[in-house]
Design a protein around this ligand. Structure first.
Ligand SMILES: Cc1ncc(COP(=O)(O)O)c(C=O)c1O
Length: 415
C-alpha cells in the first residue's frame, strides 16, 4: 500500500513509520486518511499547528492573499506582508509584554534560527563555548545538534560536535554545577558566550523547569555577562498558556528563537529576537533564500490576531487545567508508578517506573484507536500530549479517554 514511499523515499523518514496512514485532509484537531478514516491529532505537527489544521480565520487570510497575485517570494525585500507581520507582532505581542527586541528573519526551519543565535552570541561576546542542558533538543544542523543530547540525533553528525558544555537541567544540582563552572578559575571550562534554554524540554520528555530555577539562571547569566537564549520553538506561540513560555517566570532572555507555530498555518518560518544592542550582524552575514516566505508572514499576522481575539492564552490555561485533572484522576490513578507532568497543553505521561518500553506500546495502542501521538524523553519512555491549542473540549476528552484505554490495555502485560 505504501510502496512508493517505502521504495523511493529515504530511510531517514520517521513519523510515517509510527502512523502507517496516508493522510488527505484535516480540520482543527482531526486528520482524515485517503479512505476518510478519522484520527485525533495529539501531535499537532510537533508543535507547528498550535492553531489547528486549516484554522478558518488564518486560512481565509492566506487564501485572500493568494487570490490577488500577491508577492509569494521576495528574498528579504520589503513587502506588504512583512510590514503587516512586523507591525502586528510589535504592537500586539512585544509591546504589551514590555519586550524590546529586534526581529531577524532566519531560514525556514527552527534549527536555522538556533544557528543564527549561536553565531550572534559568539560574535557579540568573542567567546566560543556555550552551555546547554542535559535532555536538550535544539535541532539537527551541526551547531544546534552540538547542543542536542540524544544519541540517535548526535550519531548522524559525522564530525565531532564541539564547543558545548552540558549542565543538568532544572534542578539545584545543575545551577550549583553551573555556578562552580563559572566561578572556579580552575574549573577548566572557557567562559561561555551563552546559555541555551528550553523553559520546558519537549523532546527531552516534558521536563518543566521550576520558576525559581529559571530566575536563578537569569541572574547567573546577568552576573557573569553570559547571554540567555530561550529556545521557544516548540513551547512558544501559546503552548504553555502564555505566548512566550518564559513569561511564567517573569524573566527576559537576551535572545529568543521561534519557529514551528509562528506562521500559524504550518508554513515554514523562523525568527530570532534579540536585544537591540546585540543586533550586530553585518548585512547578509546570515543570509538565506527562504527568509521571505510571504505566505508564512500572512499566516503569522493572522495567527497573532487570532491569538488575541480569542484570548487563546486563557483558553489554553483552562484546557490545561482539564488535562491536569484528567491525568491525575484517570491516568496516574491507574498505577502508582505512572507520573504526569506539564502545563498548558504540553503534558507527558511517564511510564518508565513500570517499563521504559511501555510508552511506545501505549503509543501504538493509541494509533490503533486512531490517535496520532508521539513519545519523548530518555528511551522514549514518556507519552507526549501536544494537541492543537484550539482543540474542542469534547475532542480533547475523547483523546484523553483513548490514552486511558490504551494504558489500561498495555498495563495488562505488566500485571
Ligand atoms: C526546542 C526545539 N528547538 C529546535 C527545534 C528544531 O526545529 P526544526 O525541526 O524546525 O529545525 C525543535 C524541533 O522539534 C525544537 O523542539
Amino acid at each position: 500500500m505504501f510502496e512508493i514511499f517505502e521504495n523511493t523515499e529515504s530511510e531517514v523518514r520517521s513519523y510515517c513509520r509510527k502512523y502507517p496512514v496516508e493522510f488527505s485532509t484535516a480540520k482543527n484537531a482531526e486528520m482524515f486518511s485517503r479512505e476518510g478514516e478519522r484520527y485525533i491529532d495529539f501531535l499537532a505537527g510537533a508543535g507547528a499547528l498550535n492553531y489547528g489544521h486549516n484554522n478558518p480565520e488564518i486560512k481565509s487570510a492566506v487564501m485572500e492573499y493568494l487570490s490577488r497575485d500577491s508577492i509569494i517570494h521576495a528574498l528579504d525585500m520589503y513587502t506588504e506582508a512583512k510590514e503587516d507581520f512586523l507591525t502586528v507582532f510589535k504592537k500586539d505581542i512585544l509591546e504589551p509584554r514590555g519586550l524590546d527586541y529586534k526581529v531577524m528573519f532566519c531560514g525556514s526551519t527552527g534549527t536555522n534560527a538556533v544557528e543564527a543565535a549561536l553565531k550572534l552570541a559568539r560574535k557579540n561576546t568573542g567567546r566560543t563555548n556555550v552551555i546547554a542542558f542535559s535532555g536538550a533538543f535544539h535541532g539537527m544542523t551541526l551547531g544546534s545538534l552540538a547542543m542536542t543530547t540524544d544519541q540517535t540525533s548526535r550519531q548522524g553528525a559525522g564530525v565531532p560536535l564541539a564547543n558545548v558544555t552540558f549542565v543538568p537541567y532544572g534542578d539545584t544540582m545543575g545551577i550549583e554545577y553551573l555556578k562552580w563552572l563559572l566561578e572556579d578559575d580552575h574549573s577548566g571550562i572557557d567562559k561561555p558566550a551563552a546559555v541555551f534554554l528550553e523553559t520546558i524540554q519537549a523532546e527531552g520528555g516534558i521536563n518543566v523547569a521550576p520558576v525559581e530555577w529559571l530566575r536563578e539562571l537569569r541572574e547567573l547569566c546577568t552576573e557573569h555577562g553570559i547571554l540567555m537564549v530561550a529556545d521557544d520553538i516548540q513551547v512558544g506561540c501559546g503552548r504553555t498558556g502564555y505566548f512566550f513560555s518564559f513569561e511564567r517566570a517573569d524573566i527576559v532572555p537576551d535572545m529568543v528563537v521561534l519557529s514551528k507555530s509562528i506562521s500559524g498555518f504550518g508554513l515554514p518560518m523562523s525568527l530570532l529576537l534579540m536585544r537591540p544592542e546585540l543586533d550586530i550582524f553585518k548585512p547578509a552575514e546570515h543570509n538565506g533564500t527562504f527568509r521571505g516566505n510571504q505566505l508564512a508572514f500572512v499566516g503569522a499576522a493572522a495567527a497573532i490576531r487570532y491569538y488575541n481575539a480569542h484570548d487563546l492564552g486563557a483558553a489554553v490555561q483552562k484546557k490545561g487545567a482539564l488535562v491536569e485533572a484528567y491525568l491525575k484522576d484517570a491516568i496516574c490513578a491507574l498505577d502508582e508508578r505512572i507520573s504526569c507532568r506539564g502545563m498548558g497543553l504540553i503534558w507527558g505521561i511517564d511510564m518508565s517506573g513500570i517499563d521504559k518500553a511501555m510508552a511506545v506500546k501505549v503509543m501504538r495502542a493509541c494509533v490503533k484507536r486512531h490517535m496520532i501521538i508521539e513519545v519523548a524523553g530518555r528511551g522514549d519512555s514518556v507519552l507526549k500530549i501536544l494537541c492543537p491549542l484550539t482543540i474542542p473540549e469534547d475532542i480533547l476528552k475523547e483523546g484523553l479517554d483513548i490514552i486511558r484505554d490504551a494504558i489500561v490495555e498495555v498495563l495488562k502485560e505488566y500485571k
